[in-house]
Each structure stands twice: as structure tokens, then as C-alpha cells.
Design a protein around this ligand. Structure first.
Ligand SMILES: C[S@@+](CC[C@H](N)C(=O)[O-])C[C@H]1O[C@@H](n2cnc3c(N)ncnc32)[C@H](O)[C@@H]1O
Length: 224
């Protein structure tokens, strides 16, 4: 079976031994990445936004061998490592793509193509000065709704209450998305049975995890 990571390719630039801790997604180089549409095979598509080592996707790949599992990541060294792991372990349905979540999703996916988006532990910072850099804003939420198929799902998780509350407000305000756990409510469980590295670390430290599960409506809704 052809490997998805071979089709997606590696980001340009030299290989590095360390992964940078902080990246400013508003830097010009990250606003001009312009990735081509992804050559995905027929079948379900699930996307982790900001996948880092993609532990979540590799775990999910074992349970769902017929699903294409795509990680979007702005740090090229993670992209290399994920694709090298997929190749080395012969995991055919996981690939990482070097792209900016806030810029490139409409170039990568067709409207209605994605079955699930996972936004696991974005924005570990929460200082007021960094609010303008939050990944999930209304523009992104509306894009995700357009790229989801009707009935498709969006999972958001964070161990930072302020970040989760801001995400809840954005998603509740997005027409055409419905909160699966009840209006203005968090969910108790991660329903997917796969955990990201940050989720495991947070659980080991006994931190509370704030989870949101939204679904794209199957019929047009009135504006909220
Ligand atoms: C805190 S880490 C969480 C990683 C993983 N989802 C987890 O739960 O273990 C957030 C990741 O999102 C990536 N990221 C942040 N902003 C991004 C953007 N605009 N586009 C793509 N990736 C982004 C970071 O490089 C980082 O790897």
C-alpha cells in the first residue's frame, strides 16, 4: 500500500536536531507557505491542527486503518519526524504537512472533505499580550465549518481554562456548529480513545482538561 507521507513530502530546508519551542505564526514566512492541495485517497479524512509529534494520530491510525490522518504543523522539524516515523514503521495512513493553520487550510482541503478536526492543546500561553496570536478565532472556526462534511466533528482540548473559555465563546458564536455536550458546556471525556502527548502529560500532572465537541449541522441553521 502506498504511504501517505510519501505523497505529502518533506518541508524544504536543512534537517535540525532540535525543535524550536516558540513560533510566531504571524511571521511573514508563515503567511506565505502556499502548500498545494493534498493528494488524498478516497475515504474518511481526519486532521489534527498543530500535531507536534502526532502521537494522537498514530494511535488513531491503529484503530482506523482506512482513514487518512493528517497533521498540520508549522514547525518543519516535527513534520520531518512524523513523516519519517510513518515511513520507518510502515504506517500508511498518517502524514504531516508543513502549513499554517490560520492561513492554509482552504488550499489543502476541499469544502466538506474533512470528517473530523482535532485541536489538541493549542496556545499553551494565555497572557493578554498574546491574545492576538490565538489559533482559534472566528475566521478559523468558520473555515473549519466549511471544510467539515455535514455531521463532521471538531474536538478542542486545553488544560488552560482561559484558552478553553475563549474557544467555547468562538465556537458558540459560529453559525452552523452545534455543541454536542449542550450549549455553553464542556465535555467530560475525550470520545476518541486516542491521546496526544500533551494530554498524557496533563493527566499525569493531575491537571483538569477542558474539552469541547462541536458538530457541523446537517441542515442550515438560523444565525445566532
Ligand atoms: C502545545 S503544542 C500541542 C501539540 C499536540 N497537539 C499535543 O496535544 O500534544 C501546539 C502545536 O501547534 C503548533 N502550531 C502553533 N501554531 C500553529 C499554526 N498557526 N499552524 C500550524 N501549527 C501551529 C505548534 O508548533 C505546536 O507543535
Amino acid at each position: 500500500m502506498p504511504l501517505l507521507c510519501e505523497a505529502v513530502g518533506l518541508p524544504p530546508g536543512p534537517r535540525s536536531r532540535r525543535v524550536r519551542h516558540h513560533v510566531n505564526p504571524l511571521k511573514l514566512e508563515f503567511l506565505q507557505m502556499a502548500p498545494p492541495p493534498l493528494p488524498l485517497p478516497p475515504g474518511p479524512v481526519e486532521v489534527e491542527l498543530g500535531c507536534a509529534d502526532a502521537r494522537f494520530l498514530f494511535e488513531r491510525a491503529r484503530q482506523h486503518p482506512g482513514t487518512s490522518l493528517i497533521g498540520i504543523e508549522i514547525r518543519p522539524e516535527w513534520v520531518r519526524r512524523v513523516n519519517e516515523r510513518a515511513r520507518a514503521q510502515g504506517v500508511p495512513n498518517v502524514a504531516a504537512v508543513h502549513a499554517n493553520i490560520n492561513q492554509d487550510l482552504p488550499a489543502l482541503f476541499r469544502p466538506g472533505q474533512v470528517d473530523r478536526f482535532f485541536l489538541n492543546f493549542p496556545d499553551p500561553w494565555f497572557k493578554r499580550a498574546q491574545h492576538k496570536r490565538r489559533v482559534l478565532d472566528l475566521a478559523l472556526a468558520e473555515q473549519l465549518r466549511e471544510l467539515l462534511r455535514p455531521g463532521g466533528e471538531l474536538l478542542f482540548q486545553s488544560d488552560v481554562f482561559e484558552v478553553a473559555l475563549a474557544a467555547l465563546e468562538v465556537l458558540e458564536r459560529t453559525a452552523g456548529l452545534t455543541n454536542v455536550c449542550g450549549e455553553w458546556s464542556f465535555c467530560r471525556q475525550n470520545p476518541y480513545g486516542a491521546r496526544s502527548l500533551r494530554e498524557i502529560r496533563a493527566e499525569e500532572r493531575g491537571l483538569r482538561i477542558w474539552r469541547l465537541l462541536f458538530q457541523r449541522a446537517t441542515a442550515p441553521q438560523a444565525c445566532r
